[in-house]
Design a protein around this ligand. Structure first.
Ligand code: ZN
Length: 200
């Protein structure tokens, strides 16, 4: 316990970061107080602004300022491709974009189905996805969820919805390690897995 009440509150607040326990939080707090006060004030203001204003693109659910439509969804060329790639996280969109092998649109689930944790179709935006699939713009759905049990189950669930609507469905395959995480795969591997996607 520090003698400053504010310092205790600061340490507690810093502990919300993943992988940061009380010891690291204390070290960070001392570092900011001793050396980076002005930068820390700037951090506090951008944190507050970001949390207030970063929302989601209403079409793909990627992060966007004040819920505006993102540049990828706004692109006429991408819309005309008729391709919709389903991923679990915004990081995966970045990875696929860096591979420069896909020029369609995306839909981000922000997770996967996990009934045990209370994450059902609604929590991962499947109602919005279904509306999008029914719009007539999408011709092919590419499932690029993580190759985990939950990711695969989510992909099958979405695949059956898309097939029911008469759309072609494929799933990325080669090069993606079983039980791995798409966030950590290099862009060449991702490019290969997109090219070698298999119809479901
Ligand atoms: Zn978008």
């Amino acid at each position: 316990m520090a003698s400053s009440l504010l310092l205790n509150r600061l340490i507690k607040a810093l502990e919300i970061q993943p992988g940061v326990g009380v010891r690291s939080a204390t070290r960070i707090a001392f570092y900011l107080l001793d050396r980076r006060r002005e930068d820390a004030k700037a951090l506090a203001s951008i944190l507050s602004l970001a949390m207030e204003h970063i929302g989601q693109c209403p079409l793909c659910r990627d992060y966007s300022d004040d819920n505006q439509i993102c540049p990828i969804c706004a692109s006429e060329k991408r819309r005309q491709s008729g391709l919709l790639c389903i991923v679990e996280t915004p990081l995966q969109v970045q990875a696929i974009e860096e591979s420069e092998s896909f020029f369609g649109q995306y839909f981000i689930l922000h997770g996967h189905l996990s009934p045990i944790d209370g994450i059902g179709p609604q929590e991962i935006g499947l109602d919005a996805l279904e509306t999008r699939l029914k719009s007539g713009e999408i011709k092919e759905v590419i499932l690029a969820t993580n190759p985990t049990v939950e990711g695969d189950a989510t992909a099958s669930y979405i695949g059956s919805i898309a097939k029911h609507l008469g759309l072609s469905v494929s799933k990325i395959a080669q090069g993606v390690p079983i039980g791995g995480d798409l966030d950590n795969i290099d862009s060449h591997t991702l490019m290969a897995s997109l090219k070698n996607r298999k119809p479901l």
